[in-house]
Each structure stands twice: as structure tokens, then as C-alpha cells.
Design a protein around this ligand. Structure first.
Ligand SMILES: Nc1ncnc2c1ncn2[C@@H]1O[C@H](COP(=O)(O)OP(=O)(O)OP(=O)(O)O)[C@@H](O)[C@H]1O
Ligand SMILES: [Mg+2]
Length: 545
């Protein structure tokens, strides 16, 4: 992350206002005990009702002002908090979208989702609890000064319990922190389990393992429950003990003051003011003792969020292209995913514009990988890839991808209407164009038979459609895009026999002047292809030239 403070800077107006308001609020809380002392020690003995009325009205006025300012501060705080966190979340999500595909290979989406939510933890920096810490120091010193002024001996006695208060709060907050961490971990595990079970529901049912899965979850739930109970017990125990130590201070003051009042060296007003200011010391003391506990999650969140912001984005060459002739050249290209070793080993070929190429080869030989390299989704380790003679590394990736229509082997549909899914490749397409694309891909028949037609929602990932129907929609989406290079990865698998001929038709007619790469396991009519490649174990052989 650039810096969390750069976000605050954008909201400096809110930031400064809330800081000043908080300061004013804590200043406003200071005079009341002193005014009370004044009433008991001076006003009542003198029987000055007018002055009494005036002071009471002033105290009342201060309370009203405090309530109003407190509301305003909370309002500004929640606005500031939400504004900044939302901005950070937006930035973080766009950042994630710009990361290279290789990053996502090693991450689970559930995990990344939880990382985005960790931004919430930063909220502490823009909360009144954080400003309270900043202001607590001043308040503490101020009250301590007044206490010494009121009676230094009693002050010395009553602050002697502060270290005890500090240490006990600290000890308990450490314990609670440990339990809270445990609880978070258990919660994350529980959510992971539940999410996994629900997404594998089809598998669970087909193996009738509902009971087994249910048991797994109830085990995690029990575990979570235990940790929760442990935390509540620890919480109430610590608040009782800390509360007791605090009240012990009050008793000491009462006892000492009573004694001194009887002796005549102490006034009732001084006692009242003294206990009120003393109570104001205990608050900041506990805040200081808790600093670690309250800051820790926010600092952890800051570290983890910053880590994501610092990741390297997809490298983009920047040279924009508006149209491609469709020439694709590999020059002795080597590539491997991470540690696994090379899956593409010294591949060279040159596909001329408008050529139709069939790529065949066994599972795992590297066919889809070649396509991902052409799209610039991964960078080759050695060698060069040229598109229209431009080195791929120098091109603007988005402008390149705009000129390529790609039907992936791993189809993906958004949980939206059929129409929106097709329009995804070209949002400004006209109605007739959509219908034409759908007719060419062979999807028209089944869409027409759906009760809601083009407005049918396809379900998560398109799960309410059959495998072949999903494929036909993806092909329609690619046809609509109307680009210069067409790549179909396993476009004919899952399709019925009639559809295969439709693809051949497409290649001959619609994609006539365009470069087409078709990956297929099925034997296809060799006549429609200019060239046929066979990949085996990352090495390319040309079967037809
Ligand atoms: N994201 C990835 N991370 C790591 N290894 C991968 C990744 N994608 C593919 N591989 C590996 O790279 C090799 C080539 O995969 P590729 O998908 O290119 O095969 P393919 O020829 O398309 O196979 P299929 O006919 O099954 O589609 C395989 O051994 C595979 O395990
Ligand atoms: Mg493949």
C-alpha cells in the first residue's frame, strides 16, 4: 500500500474535524467535578441560590453540548471510517484484478476473499478508540495535575493502585488475545469446511456421504463453541477483577476522606471532585494497558493488506494495436509453471494470417498452455512470441486480448441472463447480432425453448445449463466479439455431431479471413485445415503443411 496516511490525507477535512471534536469533548468533561466541589464547599455554605442555579444550568448546558458533539463525532467517525475502508477495498480489488494469472494459480478464492475482508481490521485506525488513545495521555496528565492540586497525599495513595490496575489489565488482555486468535483460526476453518461441503454437494450426494460431512461440520462447530465459551468466561473474569481493583481505589479514597472530613481538614466537595477525577485516571490507564491488544489486529491487518498492494502487477508492454493481421510466431519457446519444470520445450512455428490450424495431442501435453502464452496470460521463460511481427512483451495486453476471441476449455458463465453472458464480449452489440451469433453457434434452438429465452438466469457458473449448452453459449460469445484471431480450446468436445459440422462451417464462412486455432481430441475433417500440429510432451510436430 502506498501508505495508509495517504488515504487519510484525502479525507483531511473529516480527520481534522473529528480530532478537534474529540479534543473538545474531553476538555468539556473536565470542569464538571470541579464545579461540583465549588457547589458543596462555597455555594451551599453561603446559601447563594442564584449562583447555584447558574452553576447547575451551566453543568446542564455542558452536558447538552457534550451530547450533541458526541453525536456529531460519532457521525463523522463512521462516515470517515466507511469512506476510507471502502476506498481501500475498491483499490485492493482492482489491484487483485491486475495481478498475473500465475498469482491466482497458487491462491484459493475463499482465501483471497478473506484477505479483502481483512481491510475491515484497518478500521481501528479511523475509529474513536484510536483517537481515544491519543487523547488519553493528555487527559491522564491533566487529571493527575488537578488531583495533586486537590490533595497530594491522597493522590499518592490512590495512584499506588494504578500499577496493579495496569498489570492486571495487561495480563488479561494477553490471555484474551491468545484466545481470540484461536477463535479466529477456528472460525476460518469452520467457514472453509462449510464452503467446501456446500460446493461439493453433488459429489456428497452421489457418494451418499451426507452423514460423514455433517459429522465433520458438527465437530468443527463444537470446537468453535468451546473456544467461544472459554473467551466469554475469560472476558467476564477479567472485567470483574479489573473492576474490583478500580473500586478498591474508590474505597481507599472514601475511607481516607471520611476520616479527614471528621478531622475537619477535608471538605465534602473536595471528596466529590477527587473521586470523579480519580475515575478519569482509571480509564486512560486501562486504555494504555490495552494498547497492544487493541492495536495488534489493526497492525496485522495493515501488514497483510500492504503485502497485497505491493505484489507485482501483470507486466504490460504498452504498445496499443487496433487491428491484427493474425500472424502468430513462436521462436524456440520454453515455458513451465513454477517449479514443475518445462511443459513447453523449444516450440517454434509461424502461423500466417487467415490460416486455419488444428492442434492435437494427448492430455497434459501443453496445448492449452500454448494458447495461454499467446494471450499473454503467462510469460515464456525463454524464446520469443511474435504477434503480427511485434514482440508480445512490447504489446498492450488488453489491446491484444481485445483482438482475440477465445473459447476456453474451462468455461465460465456469470450468474446472469443468457443475453448478458453473450454480450460480455461486446456489450454494445445489437439485438440482431446476438441472434445471429447464437444461430451460428447452434445455441438458438435451446434458448428458444427456455420459458424466459434470452432472459434466463444461468445459475452459478452456468450450472442450470447442460455442458454442451454452456459450450454453445461460449462459442456465441466468441463469435459476437468479431476479432482477428479465433482460438477454440476443445470447442467440439461435449457437442453433438451436428454441431461439429457447424464449427467446420463457421471456419469456412464466418471466420474466412481470420486466423483460427482449434484444439481438439476428436478426429476432424483435415480438409478444412491448412495446417495440423501435434504436441507431445511439450514438443511440436507438424503433420500437415
Ligand atoms: N496453472 C497451472 N499450474 C501448474 N501446472 C499447470 C497449470 N496448468 C497446466 N499445468 C500443467 O501443464 C501441463 C500442460 O497442461 P495443458 O493444460 O497445456 O495441457 P493440454 O494439452 O491442454 O491437456 P488437455 O488435453 O487435458 O487439455 C500439464 O502437465 C499440467 O499439469
Ligand atoms: Mg487443454
Amino acid at each position: 500500500m502506498k501508505n495508509i496516511f495517504s488515504y487519510i490525507r484525502n479525507f483531511w477535512f473529516y480527520g481534522t474535524s473529528v480530532f478537534l471534536l474529540m479534543l473538545l469533548l474531553s476538555l468539556l468533561a473536565l470542569p464538571t467535578p470541579y464545579l461540583m466541589k465549588y457547589i458543596f464547599d462555597d455555594v451551599i455554605p453561603k446559601k447563594d441560590i442564584k449562583l447555584l442555579n447558574f452553576i447547575i444550568i451551566s453543568i446542564f448546558g455542558i452536558q447538552i453540548l457534550k451530547a450533541f458533539l458526541s453525536f456529531l463525532t460519532n457521525y463523522l467517525f463512521s462516515t470517515l471510517n466507511q469512506e476510507i475502508l471502502t476506498k481501500i477495498k475498491k483499490d485492493l480489488f482492482s489491484k487483485l484484478l491486475r495481478l498475473p494469472l500465475s498469482f491466482f494459480d497458487s491462491q484459493q478464492s475463499g482465501y483471497l476473499l478473506s484477505r479483502i475482508y481483512e481491510v475491515e481490521g484497518l478500521g481501528f485506525f479511523f475509529s474513536n478508540s484510536f483517537l481515544r488513545i491519543l487523547i488519553a495521555g493528555g487527559e491522564f496528565l491533566f487529571c493527575l495535575g488537578i488531583l495533586f492540586y486537590l490533595n497530594w497525599r491522597l493522590t499518592a495513595i490512590s495512584i499506588s493502585i494504578l500499577p496493579l490496575l495496569f498489570l492486571s489489565t495487561r495480563a488479561y488482555s494477553r490471555k484474551i488475545r491468545k484466545i481470540s486468535k484461536e477463535l479466529m483460526e477456528k472460525n476460518a476453518n469452520l467457514s472453509k469446511r462449510i464452503q467446501e461441503s456446500l460446493s461439493g454437494i453433488e459429489l456428497i450426494k452421489s457418494f451418499s456421504s451426507e452423514e460423514r460431512e455433517g459429522e465433520k461440520i458438527s465437530f468443527s462447530l463444537e470446537d468453535y463453541k468451546e473456544a467461544n465459551i472459554k473467551r466469554s468466561i475469560q472476558f467476564s473474569l477479567s472485567s470483574e477483577i479489573v473492576g474490583f481493583i478500580g473500586s478498591a481505589g474508590g474505597f481507599i479514597v472514601l475511607w481516607y476522606s471520611g476520616w479527614k472530613i471528621v478531622e475537619g481538614s477535608f471538605t465534602l466537595g473536595t471528596y466529590i471532585a477527587f473521586s470523579a477525577y480519580l475515575a478519569k485516571l482509571y480509564g486512560p490507564t486501562q486504555i494504555f494497558a490495552n494498547i497492544g491488544l487493541s492495536l495488534q489486529p489493526a497492525i496485522t491487518a495493515l501488514k497483510r493488506v500492504s503485502e497485497l498492494f505491493e505484489l507485482a502487477e501483470e507486466k504490460d508492454g504498452g504498445v496499443k494495436i487496433s487491428k491484427l493481421r493474425g500472424e502468430i510466431e513462436f521462436r524456440d519457446v520454453y515455458f513451465g509453471y513454477d517449479s514443475k519444470g518445462d511443459v513447453i520445450r523449444g516450440i517454434s512455428f509461424k502461423i500466417k494470417p487467415s490460416e486455419k490450424v488444428l492442434i492435437q495431442g494427448p492430455n497434459g501435453s501443453g496445448k492449452s498452455t500454448i494458447v495461454k502464452l499467446i494471450l499473454g496470460l503467462y510469460k515464456c521463460r525463454k524464446g520469443k512470441i511474435l504477434i503480427d511481427g511485434y514482440d508480445l512483451e512490447t504489446l498492450s495486453l488488453s489491446s491484444l486480448r481485445e483482438r482475440i476471441s477465445f473459447v476456453s476449455q474451462n468455461l465460465f458463465l456469470f450468474n446472469e441472463t443468457i443475453k448478458n453472458n453473450i454480450l460480455y464480449s461486446r456489450p454494445d452489440a445489437r439485438e440482431e447480432e446476438i441472434v445471429e451469433a447464437v444461430k451460428l453457434s447452434g445455441a438458438y434452438e435451446f434458448i428458444k425453448n427456455l420459458p424466459n429465452g434470452f432472459d434466463t438466469i444461468v445459475g452459478e457458473g452456468g450450472k442450470t445449463l447442460s455442458g454442451g449448452e454452456r459450450k454453445k453459449l461460449s462459442i456465441a460469445r466468441a463469435i459476437l466479439k468479431d476479432s482477428d484471431i479465433i482460438i477454440f480450446d476443445e470447442a467440439t468436445s461435449e457437442l453433438d455431431s451436428g454441431s461439429e459440422e457447424r464449427i467446420e462451417e463457421l471456419m469456412k464462412e464466418r471466420f474466412k479471413g481470420k486466423t483460427c486455432l482449434l484444439i481438439s481430441h476428436k478426429p476432424m475433417n483435415p480438409d478444412i485445415f491448412d495446417r495440423i500440429f501435434r504436441i507431445e510432451d511439450g514438443v511440436l510436430k507438424e503433420l500437415k503443411k
